[in-house]
Design a protein around this ligand. Sequence first.
Ligand SMILES: [Zn+2]
Ligand SMILES: [Zn+2]
Length: 229
Amino acid sequence: MDHPGSETQEPESSSMKMCAVHLRVQAVGSCYFCDGNFCIDCVTVVSGFGDDKTSDYVNTKVCGNCRGKFERIVREQAVTLKSIFLSILLGMVFSCLGAAVWAFEAARSGKEREVIAIGLGLLVGLGVKIGAGKARSYLFKGISCVIGVFAFLLAKYLTFVTFVNQQFETGQVSNFRIPYFSSASLDWFIEQYPVNSSSYDTIWIAAVLLLAFVVPPATRAKIKTPIDN
Ligand SMILES: [Zn+2]
Ligand SMILES: [Zn+2]
């Protein structure tokens, strides 16, 4: 009848941590933020990826009081029309800046420095990231990649017009220039691009895409309820 030792298998109350809310219920863990011990009903599992130092963790336990902090982060990181608009706007502004630097450098040195593609990809990604603000989504990575391709082609186009005009300048037709903003120049570029482009263009456009994809953050803070582990 008597099972010796059955009593001693119970954990001693001194070493047993109880929930700070439900004082008679055993705690399953402590809150990441306030260090309080909480039972399974009081604990929420969250994953956070934010801009501050406390926000990079996966499947971390927090208590009910600290959960509010997370609900705010989750709300802030949601995609809004404003964040989409601003990410496109800043991405475009930065892409034009990058393409202008590319063409300017080509005009200055007389040759195209494709390695600027790395800077171009970073710049576009940064523009989209700043525009998106606290919002996070793979949508911004997509926007960044599309603008990255645009930026690369714009850089190629501006360089094309620059070089054509430089050739006119050094050639006999010294008074002739093709304008940067004209559909005729654009048509000529489109016609000439397959002829002028090198196989390295694929590598450089891949570099732009890679960096434009990597820079804007996409992983969002998550709240998991109830705990499933
Ligand atoms: Zn807490
Ligand atoms: Zn509790």
